[in-house]
Design a protein around this ligand. Sequence first.
Ligand code: LLP
Length: 420
Amino acid sequence: MPNFSLPDEVFLRAAEQFPTPFHLYDEQGIRNRARALNKAFSWCGDFREYFAVKALPNPAVLRILKEEGCGLDCSSATELTLAEACGFSGEEIILSANAMPPEEFSQARALGAYVNLDDISDIETLRTHGGIPECICLRYNPGGQFSIGNMIMGNPGEAKYGFTLSQLKEGLSVLKELGIKAFGLHAFLSSNTRDEGYYPALAETLMSLGKELAAEKGLRFAFADLSGGIGIPYRPEDPEPDVAAIGEGVRRVYEKLFPQGGVGIKTELGRWMTGPVGWLVTRVVHEKKIYRDYIGTDASAVNLMRPAMYGAYHHITVCGKRDLPADHVYDITGSLCENNDKFAIERKLPEIRIGDLLVIHDTGAHGWAMGYNYNGRTRSAEILYTREGGYRMIRRAETAADYFATLDIDPAGEKLTGRK
Ligand code: LLP
């Protein structure tokens, strides 16, 4: 069931203060989720969540997560810079490599961040760009299909990420020669999974392999990085995964394999941490009735790409009409010249009128972050609903001047945008 923790008044009041569309994030909700996760893994003396910056790259949110004891998982130079600007340093940061410009390794090393290598060739790149640290993380791709029992969770064999097993073995030998003393193992084998068995199964895979490789190579297995992937209930009928049960499942695996402790656990959750505590708030600006009934909003896929890109379901409520019968069927659209610019297709909703405020749920992760500028549309503001019940604009909306900023269209640009 999507998160209905905020009443409609919160969105209505926000829309009186700020022009729509905007993403609204619930500060207390973010803190509650971070606390629940930390509690679920509190049995592990060396646990840390490294929030996946790509999911919600806003400094105000990152600082809240820092206060809750989280680190950051970064995927680019820009995200590393953001992490540094928000006061994260050293082991509070992990850079997950992926066909990366070499300078990004240097930047991560200069920050003292963990580096998670994606490929055997990254070893040489890191050696010449920042140098090899004492403890390094390697991303594992077991190939084939990843299943729990007879349920297929993912298809690592088709994924571009990680080292094969033989590359891991070879890589660790090379890295040992280059001076590492310890290593961590990382894998991301299933996305948006609500199965509470996923993390425990992944922990078993990484920890048993880590144990074996440590013995074989004479190195210390420092940590398992379970990465992201825990899902959220986008649909009303979806159950919410119980993070306490997930933590317990991982604990059982841990205690079986490492009864003496001494191994750390990292997670890099994005979606689970902030997805359900963010909403895209948009105003109905248009209605047309042709072969279907279309409701046009002032948001579009540039504000939330997931439905267009993946056909993803996001729950929609109409402010002030939550309890009315869903006796109309609509396609809810944006204004892009793309027929997939639809937040919902043939969705049953209460009767909608122009001027109504729609709340699109679960946009707190991979929402604003995936925005783009097609059709010259600009990205929206982000509003924090604070613990005190106030509103803080934590990112202003883009303007046409931002869109033109990378173009050389002066002097007409000056006239168009007012910018000198
Ligand atoms: N760590 C790494 C290295 C990742 O690549 C990702 C996501 C995460 C952590 C966080 O995963 P999460 O817990 O948020 O699932 N844009 C897509 C999801 C792509 C995820 C890419 N990597 C979506 O909107 O569903």
